[in-house]
Design a binder for this molecule. Structure first.
Ligand SMILES: [Cu+2]
Length: 186
């Protein structure tokens, strides 16, 4: 009995070993296949990234042009605009004036101020607190001169602006005409 079992034992113990070897081979094959697949996927992703820019340029283009158009708020002022060619003063006469005479701005916002001068005389929009002295050359009722400058208020407050060129004497001394305020709020 014992000799018989000895004879039978070798094949039974060898079979699982062979099976285990086969299982290892299958696992190794799966492992190798997985590695090859991962590498192929990785190479494919890199290839896509490398060849991608041709299609990505159109998407990048708008972003590149965006900074060139600043997010400034446009503020327009007119000097002696038609049809009156000025603003009616206290005595009912038409006097030299910037319209509007008071500007309101917010701290930290950039404003692109555009001045249209319809008057056949030059004026200035001068604001010492902001180191601004904008010349507004003479224009006409149908073709105003156009002057641009930018302001980015740093602190709140009420600041006096004025026209520094001799013009309508009464207007130069009266807020809302050739002088006025820039009101900056938080
Ligand atoms: Cu003036």
């Amino acid at each position: 009995m014992s000799s018989e079992s000895n004879v039978l034992r070798p094949p039974t113990s060898e079979q699982p070993r062979r099976l285990r070897g086969l299982a290892n081979l299958v696992l190794a094959t799966i492992y190798v296949a997985a590695v090859v697949f991962a590498l192929a996927a990785g190479v494919g992703w890199i290839w896509h990234r490398v060849t991608g820019p041709t299609s990505a340029t159109s998407a990048v283009a708008p972003a590149a042009t965006a900074p060139s158009t600043p997010s400034a708020v446009t503020v327009k002022m007119s000097i002696n605009p038609p049809p009156l060619g000025g603003v009616k003063g206290q005595g009912g006469t038409v006097d030299d004036a910037f319209v509007p005479g008071t500007l309101t701005m917010k701290v930290g916002t950039t404003y692109d101020v555009v001045l249209y001068n319809y008057d056949p005389h030059a004026h200035t929009w001068t604001l010492p607190n902001f180191n601004i002295n904008a010349d507004t050359p003479a224009g006409t009722a149908s073709s105003p001169s156009i002057t641009h400058f930018t302001i980015t208020p740093k602190s709140k407050g009420t600041f006096q602006w004025f026209c520094a060129l001799p013009c309508d004497k009464w207007s130069m001394a009266t807020n809302g005409y050739m002088r006025g305020y820039l009101k900056v709020t938080a």
